[in-house]
Design a binder for this molecule. Sequence first.
Ligand code: HEC
Length: 258
Amino acid sequence: MLKNSLQSLGASRQLLRGNATRLGCLLLTAFCLLSVGCRYDMQDQPRYKYYKESDFFADGRGSRDLPAGTVARGQLHENKAFYTGKVDNPNPNVQVQTTTDASGNTLVSSFPNDIDTFPVPVTKELVGRGQERFNIYCIVCHGPVGNGDGMVVRRGFPKPPTYHDDRLRNAPVGHFFDVMTNGWGKMNSYAAQITPADRWAIVAYIRALQLSQNPNMKSTTTTGQTGANANTAAAPTAANTNTGGNANANANANGGRR
Ligand code: HEC
């Protein structure tokens, strides 16, 4: 008797459990159907795409101007010397006299607004990086040692001035940075291709090139520690430059054969 009733209790519990599962399934389906039915994604909301027109704003543009003084992350270029090569308070009224040489190059020998010392420590690594960048971007016109006899010049491109005259030997480092950043006469700006840090590396390498072609030169535009470092870096750099010269001669020979 007891056994029987226990058995029927187990059976009805099983029945109940089966019903509960079915009910659960039903509820879940209903929930899913409902939630799909109510779906309203953020991407479907009314909004403006960049530069789309709008009749909401008086000027008819969907995009708004940035609030004055907005600076993108990582672009607060506070270090003026590093980013421009210019002194802190450049005088915009200073008139710089320029002359034009026989090749039509714009020559200037006073640099009132350019900084005279490197805004970064000059290390062997920096000069090495500068050599690499110079050989990528500048060598084609300025030649392996900066004489202005690069490969495209030999094929008819306007000849740039040599780096090895007193005018450019005495030019402050900021001038070289400025030339790369803003372009100079016939030469294009390299700001888009070369980061400010790499531009300084190239300036350091140009200084090393100048020392390598004029070993008696006293580094006039660098001071103290920086000058000493530039000197240390000059020796291996000059040796590397010679290798560059040889490679160039080979390239020339190939060019001649073609
Ligand atoms: C496509 C050829 C070309 C390339 C590449 C080139 N330059 Fe020049 N560069 C010139 C010419 C041409 C001039 C002379 C411009 C003038 O005075 O009108 C010049 C002038 C200069 C001057 C002298 C400015 C002065 O005061 O007379 C410097 C310094 C210089 N370039 C540095 C560089 C550096 C650094 C690079 C590489 C980042 C570079 N150039 C790449 C063609 C080039």
